[in-house]
Design a protein around this ligand. Structure first.
Ligand SMILES: NC(=O)c1ccc[n+]([C@@H]2O[C@H](COP(=O)([O-])OP(=O)(O)OC[C@H]3O[C@@H](n4cnc5c(N)ncnc54)[C@H](O)[C@@H]3O)[C@@H](O)[C@H]2O)c1
Length: 404
């Protein structure tokens, strides 16, 4: 393990407030980030992180803490009532009190579960998240949304419960399988499109280097992306309005995940969803087609998909109808007026949705993007050209609602 180096501290101003620390080697000094009055710690970790967790648990014990290590099932299998119940049982047997602490080490599934257990034990004990996937670092571990799944769907049971700290140790991304890293990059690119153009420029400067967990671009991208989420969450902790902009690309993204029975990675589905949203924005006369082209190019440059076809448009549309941004029967969709200028579009017509879908599907039929075969990509003049200019012949786009 190398020398610990903090590269950024990003405040989240919700409740008492907390910090997201980004750096390298941070797990090697995790005790520095734990609240001082803690007696007992339960470390809930994904199996892939056992080699990281065991020495940490030993060290914390050496420092005088009572440490309980709880391995939870891999990935989404962790987010069940049975796993939560097993954790509650361990907390009860070990007499965890309100001043004790849960530490989560793993991807978004682990931090969602551990956050939920912390939110519910004694009506809320403290939790420190140590996300180890890119998606966990820039998204799941920040903002206090916790939850588990039920047979009716994902994340249906949960609570808002802010962590005491979030520690993003970029060294952990070294062991993350490449498809997980690429999928997480979709959320990074999303924050670039909705709020921080520099993120897109950094990726444009070298997409492969951007994906290098050891390279200098990774901590910068994580920090910038975290800063966007932290800012939005601080303004809208309970997801009452503005936080919806973080769902850019998620309306179609969630629908693809559902229709494909969760065989698609979340980030891959969101990537296609962003292209879809950009298609709608162009068709509604809100977005310059060159930015639509930039979506396709920047996403493809890191190997993310930009197109999708289904045999069943009706099911896909129905799945989009279940999106939580909708209000009553009114369809609401986050779109861009430009890079860093998200708005909510209300009442988009089915015909426009279908046209945008056809554009997303047609490109798949015409030609797979070079990145899907692992080849490099021409990155000149990123925002100045539209690779694909769709027919803009509609005035049925919908009503723009400028979010507060
Ligand atoms: N709470 C929120 O605001 C929020 C936001 C977005 C997503 N989520 C949730 O996050 C979950 C998805 O998170 P995810 O994409 O991180 O998936 P994940 O937690 O399932 O992790 C993906 C895989 O990577 C493995 N892994 C994790 N870290 C590793 C490492 N450093 N080295 C090797 N393997 C490692 C995991 O064991 C797992 O197999 C979903 O349940 C989703 O609902 C929550």
């Amino acid at each position: 393990m190398g020398v610990a180096e903090e590269m950024a501290r990003i405040p989240v101003q919700v409740g008492a407030g907390y910090q997201v620390v980004v750096g390298r080697g941070l797990i090697g000094r995790l005790e520095a980030y734990l609240p001082k009055d803690v007696v007992r710690v339960m470390v809930m970790y994904a199996p892939a992180l056992s080699e990281v967790t065991m020495p940490l648990a030993e060290r914390l014990r050496g420092g005088g803490l009572e440490v309980h290590a709880l391995s939870v099932p891999d990935g989404e299998a962790a987010k069940t009532i049975d796993v939560a119940q097993a954790a509650w049982q361990r907390l009860g047997e070990a007499s965890f009190t309100r001043t004790d602490l849960i530490v989560t080490i793993g991807g978004g599934a682990t931090t969602d579960l551990g956050g939920f257990v912390a939110a519910t034990w004694l009506r809320g004990i403290r939790v420190v998240h140590v996300p180890t996937t890119l998606l966990g670092m820039v998204d799941a571990a920040i903002g206090g949304k916790t939850g588990i799944d039920t047979v009716q769907g994902k994340n249906l049971v949960g609570a808002f419960h802010q962590p005491s700290a979030v520690i993003c140790d970029c060294d952990q991304l070294d062991t993350l399988p490449r498809p997980e890293l690429v999928s997480g990059m979709a959320e990074v690119i999303k924050t670039g499109f909705v709020a921080d153009r520099t993120i897109l420029d950094v990726i444009w400067s070298g997409p492969q280097e951007a994906l290098n967990p050891r390279g200098p671009l990774m901590p910068e991208l994580v920090s910038r992306s975290v800063a966007v989420k932290a800012e939005v969450v601080s303004q809208d902790p309970q997801e009452a309005g503005w936080r919806a902009i973080l769902n850019y690309g998620h309306t179609l993204g969630h629908a693809i995940e559902l229709v494909e029975d969760y065989s698609w990675r979340h980030g891959d589905a969101v990537a296609v969803g962003m292209v879809f949203a950009a298609e709608i924005a162009v068709r509604s006369g809100l977005l310059d087609p060159s930015i639509l082209g930039a979506h396709r190019e920047v996403l493809a440059s890191v190997g993310l998909p930009t197109s999708y076809q289904t045999g069943n448009w009706v099911d896909l549309l129905k799945a989009m109808g279940r999106d939580k941004k909708n209000q009553g029967r009114k369809r609401r969709l986050v779109v861009l007026e430009g890079i860093g200028r998200p708005v909510i579009l209300e009442g988009v017509a089915d015909s426009v949705m279908h046209e945008a879908y056809q554009a997303v599907a047609a490109v798949a039929a015409a030609k797979p993007y070079p990145a899907s075969s692992g080849e490099g990509f021409n990155l000149e003049n990123p925002y100045g050209q539209a690779l694909y200019v769709p027919p803009v012949d509609t005035n049925e786009g919908g009503d723009k609602v400028v979010a507060p």
